[in-house]
Ligand binder design. Sequence first.
Ligand code: ZN
Length: 451
Amino acid sequence: MDDPRNNPHIDVIEACIERLKQGSLPPWKVEEELVAGFGIDPPENFRVAALCRRGFLEEVTGEGFHTIELPEKPFKLRWHCPKDNLVWELDARDEYHTCSLCGGRLDPLEGYGPLVSNYVGGQEIYFSYAGRIKVKGDVDATFTNLLVYGTGMGPIGVTRGCHLINRIGGAEVRVADKAQAVRCNGYIFKSRELLEKAWTLIKEQLPQIRPEMEQRLKEFSGRISAVEFKPVEKGGEHILYIDFAAEFENFRGHGDISRAVGFAKGEIEALLRGAGVKYELSVIAQGHDGDLKPSPKNKRGRFASAEIRIPDGEFERLLKVDRGKFLAFVRVDSIGAEDLGCQFYSGMGGEIIPAVYKATQVNPQSPLVSSFQNIYAEEDKGDVVYRVELPNVEVGIASTREGLISPVGREALRIMGVRTAKEFAASLAAQVLAGEFNLALEISREKLYSS
Ligand SMILES: [Zn+2]
């Protein structure tokens, strides 16, 4: 069904694939070009355009599309609710032509539109192609970007950013070899003396507890990397927090560290009871270091950064932007986030990171986890260094007991060229850099949001 060789427009498709490869046809202009240059009118152009982008990606990546399917009618239609005077846009396959606001019938309107920009396939979720980016440094690769971004220009912005970054030599990435998973135990004592006693006992017992905990991390090759004690006195209560951190190379490790810390909790309770050290409460302390916190003290996940060094002359020649304006825009944004009391500036990252998580269906899929970023622009030896830092990329990219990844997600990872969690983090940082860079340029040129 998806084989372009069976398509009556095979010659057109091949010509467009060639131009996509040369870079003379931007991927987001294929639909328009099919109408203007080849007379393939809407709605037929939408499916043919997706076939062109799919064929292009298959040629440059050497990977095939199998489970990311292309529907027969990949476009949207417009409908009108006379009662609410609202224009609805529905997937052409959507047969529920009822207004969900008033329950009335919708009237058809003229015109078609693309499902999402740079659409390449997907039945239930819409995949957008978002360019290819060259990275060097801790990871050397060229990644192909697939995003499930939804509506808007995001995928086009990332594609344009990638194109410019590649022209300047690619993104320099730094990525930690391992990611941390953390769980915390909390104990309440009636006095500082009891807390101190417990602390000493637990510390002495740790060399016996640790190997037992590591047994529970074996399946995913984890190891305990740090144990930190933190006493807090508040409202007459003496609380002892114990953070247990474990390192994993390719897995998230969240379930394993939870089981290991659950085991430690039982051992510590028996130890304290045996020594007559009375505690009022012993719990897994979710609030201290349970799920991810937007805190500079957060220990979870893996650090990844991506940067480009922009020589002075490129601002005018390639980027067509005033260097001072560009630097001032980045300054205004980071000071703005700081003034709001944010620990992290989360701009495009807040959209791009979840879009990669959705495309790859990895574990976890929650956008709250790992969507933090910081952004920097610094002057160095006459150049400008523009950088994004992702402090806590937390991801398992293998389909295991830890999290099932659908065939569509595994296919996306193959096409993207991502085989390890480290490569995932590198690709993520590079895409956030591309999206932010393009946005910063467009805003500095005063092109964006100006109708
Ligand atoms: Zn209505």
